[in-house]
Ligand binder design. Structure first.
Ligand code: 6PG
Length: 249
């Protein structure tokens, strides 16, 4: 099914709505199963969403947290996605960090990826060869249409059997660990948050261009996928989106 596209007046409104939807899904999953699983991306965009979620005063018991991807830097490095999530969400919301399953970047990249996959299998109690189904996978998108740490042309974009892998990102001269497409495609709900004019061309390519995830990795989709975007990011798709939300909070 095609992704839904919700366009908001501002980045804050998009972040608020994406955060609220995340909490709604987690609460429902927890009611049904007693637990809920949430995989979070990094970068800068999620900061607004995390701050919004903290303000909601949500009770986080029973939620297990995972990373969509991580830069292979120390956990206290300014570039660390874990550090950003810890500062923006875990600490202000008083979340028990033992429930946050981070990529152990103190290990070499390939070992960190293997250890991360093992931890996911253990926490979610997967059978050998089984892939996790996270209740919510929150994703971002780069100006080059990358998502997670799957950048255009990355051969791992064709990997639908693994859980996580290490990847060298030449343009950034950086090792990363990322969830793989097989996992992203199985998400219960995928919520993509993209804001700002620097994302407009990529969003047009992803939503209106030819289907080619090798060229536009953000086209990697799960059955229920929703884009939360602001008008700046939507400037090239405005008018053809499925829904425009300007509801003030
Ligand atoms: C990362 C992210 C990545 C991010 C995009 C957008 O490690 O960088 O997980 O996939 O979602 O690069 O980043 P911004 O939100 O900073 O634009």
């Amino acid at each position: 099914m095609d992704p839904k596209v919700l366009i908001f007046e501002t980045a804050q409104a998009a972040a608020d709505a994406c955060g609220d939807r995340t909490l709604e899904i987690l609460d429902q999953a927890r009611k049904e199963r007693g637990v809920a699983t949430l995989a979070l991306s990094g970068g800068n965009t999620p900061r607004l969403m995390f701050a919004s979620m903290v303000k909601r005063g949500f009770a986080w018991s029973g939620v297990e947290f995972f990373q969509v991807d991580e830069r292979c830097v120390p956990a206290d490095d300014p570039q660390s996605n874990f550090r950003m999530i810890r500062e923006s969400l875990l600490l202000p919301a008083g979340i028990d960090e033992s429930r946050f399953h981070r990529v152990r970047t103190e290990l070499p990249p390939a070992e960190a990826a293997a250890a991360y996959g093992d931890e996911i299998r253990q926490v979610i109690n997967l059978h050998p060869g089984e892939l996790p189904v996270f209740d919510v996978v929150q994703r971002g998108m780069g100006p080059d249409a990358h998502t997670a740490s799957l950048f255009p042309g990355e051969p791992l974009i064709a990997d639908r059997t693994g859980i996580a892998a290490s990847v060298w990102v030449e343009k950034l001269r950086q090792h990363r660990v990322t969830l793989l497409p097989g996992v992203l495609e199985r998400a219960g709900f995928t919520l993509c948050l993209a804001t700002g004019t620097d994302k407009a061309e990529a969003l047009h390519a992803v939503l209106r261009g030819p289907i080619d995830p090798m060229r536009a990795p953000s086209q990697i989709a799960s059955p229920d996928m929703t884009w939360y975007v602001d008008k700046s990011a939507a400037v090239l798709i405005q008018g053809s989106a499925t829904s425009i939300r300007n509801t003030p909070r």
